[in-house]
Ligand binder design. Structure first.
Ligand SMILES: Cc1cc2nc3c(=O)[nH]c(=O)nc-3n(C[C@H](O)[C@H](O)[C@H](O)COP(=O)(O)O)c2cc1C
Length: 155
């Protein structure tokens, strides 16, 4: 018999970024976040996906309950964003994301998917739906993977 798996949860939150207005500085800050988050998440067996649209961020963090909680506490205290609000925190049957940390910013290459999800007005009203964040993140992941030719692994 397979050993019982530890309990998996995900947190979906959104926040307002407080990054530099200068584009070069802002991308250096995002690169810094990415570098540290990849390393720490790998160590804690966390998988995650961060969406950035304008000055809003939304992230899904998956993993073992205490690792997710500990990671979220650190993220919540980070001065590079504010108004961090949880949309959903629940047990999940399986992980949906394959990378320890992936960040997708709205750009010309993924504009259709962001436009279809129409998250921006929800962010502005302060009421983004967890399902809308989750489906945009999975669509962006699927799109990135099919560009790499590895979509057949995840049907
Ligand atoms: C929008 C955003 C998302 C982040 N995501 C993660 C993450 O997934 N994992 C992580 O360890 N740190 C993440 N960070 C960075 C943490 O807030 C923190 O700076 C980092 O974990 C180092 O924490 P420490 O300085 O307390 O060791 C994120 C920060 C921001 C602003």
């Amino acid at each position: 018999m397979r050993p019982k798996r530890t309990s998996l949860v995900h947190i979906i939150y959104f926040s307002r970024l407080a990054l530099a207005s200068d584009q070069a500085k802002r991308s250096a800050q995002i690169d810094d976040i990415t570098r540290v988050a990849q390393k720490k998440n790998e160590f804690s067996v966390i998988t995650s996906f961060l969406l950035i649209e304008g000055n809003f961020a939304a992230q899904i963090i998956e993993g073992e309950r205490s690792s997710v909680q500990e990671t979220f506490e650190r993220i919540g205290a980070d001065q590079r964003h504010r108004d961090v609000q949880i949309c959903e925190w629940r047990e999940i049957a399986k992980r949906e994301f394959v990378n320890s940390f992936k960040c997708a910013q709205r750009s010309a290459a993924n504009d259709t998917l962001f436009a279809k999800a129409a998250l921006l007005p929800m962010f502005q009203r302060g009421t983004p739906k967890a399902t809308a964040i989750h489906s945009l993140a999975t669509a962006l992941q699927a799109d990135a993977m099919s560009r790499q030719g590895i979509d057949h692994l995840f049907v």
